[in-house]
Design a protein around this ligand. Structure first.
Ligand SMILES: O=C(CO)COP(=O)(O)O
Length: 259
């Protein structure tokens, strides 16, 4: 066993699957997964599929539901946005925040992401806070600096007693959807630094409980090496989460790593 934290495999479906397609995929995942337990499993379909997904999952205890974003304000004149309370009512337990695609295409800043993390915790949603460097930042030797700024920026004002609810996802932007994965050593180097920053920020006991997922072209063929590393506590999976068999294989890899 690489560590004592419970592994988590989360699927980020991004802007894929209509509600009907989502229902089919969730059913296939549930079937493929059976009653396997011991690893946290979260699926994050688009907003439009949350309600039908929640219905399918209402009788399943080993798969949780996540959203891909939310607004920091509880309600108001924010056309097109979704609040934490709206997600909670659909039995959503997790929410991905600060994904690099939102930072890049929707210009989300660390400050806005931090407001969302605080609002999510306030509503008892578990934020999956994403951090990660772009290729030019890595090539310039700035990886750790970028990750530290995004991490600490996203965690401003988070009370220590709530910090355990937070999940961190390290997703090097150059590895997302490109088929290029960070080697286990490259990923562990960054995860190890994130662990030290979390211990500094929240104390060792809490810092050691926070899960740090790896994301970026993670698939069944490369998962074992990554999940064997001491500070890699699971995965945030894009492409490979859209296929029930490969997603469940990743859950099995995590179960093996945690055994
Ligand atoms: O962005 C990701 C998950 O949030 C990773 O996507 P891929 O697994 O498709 O590279």
């Amino acid at each position: 066993m690489a560590n004592t934290r419970k592994y988590l495999i989360a699927g980020n479906w991004k802007m894929n699957k209509t509600a009907a397609d989502a229902e089919e995929l969730i059913k296939s995942i549930v079937l493929e997964l059976g009653d396997k337990n011991g690893v946290g499993v979260v699926v994050c379909p688009p907003f439009t599929s949350l309600e039908s997904s929640a219905k399918v999952l209402s009788e399943v205890s080993n798969v949780q539901l996540g959203a891909q974003n939310m607004h920091a304000k509880p309600s108001g004149a924010y056309t097109g946005e979704i609040s934490a309370a709206m997600l909670r009512q659909l039995y959503v337990s997790h929410v991905i925040l600060g994904h690099s695609e939102r930072r890049e295409y929707f210009k989300e800043t660390d400050e806005e992401i931090n407001e969302k993390v605080l609002a999510a915790l306030e509503s008892n949603l578990k934020p999956i806070l994403c951090v990660g460097e772009k290729l030019d930042e890595r090539e310039a030797g700035n990886t750790l600096k970028v990750v530290e700024t995004q991490l600490l920026g996203g965690l401003v004002n988070i009370p220590t007693e709530k910090a355990e609810q937070v999940v961190i996802a390290y997703e090097p932007v150059w590895a997302i959807g490109t088929g290029k994965t960070a080697t286990p050593e490259m990923a562990q180097e960054v995860h190890g630094v994130i662990r030290v920053l979390l211990r500094d920020r929240f104390g060792k006991a809490t810092g050691d409980k926070i899960r740090i997922l790896y994301g970026g072209s993670m698939k069944p063929e490369n998962a074992d090496g990554l999940l064997a590393k001491p500070d890699i506590d699971g995965g945030l999976i894009g492409g490979a989460s859209l296929d029930a068999k490969s997603f469940v294989k990743l859950v099995e890899s995590a179960a093996k790593a945690g055994a």
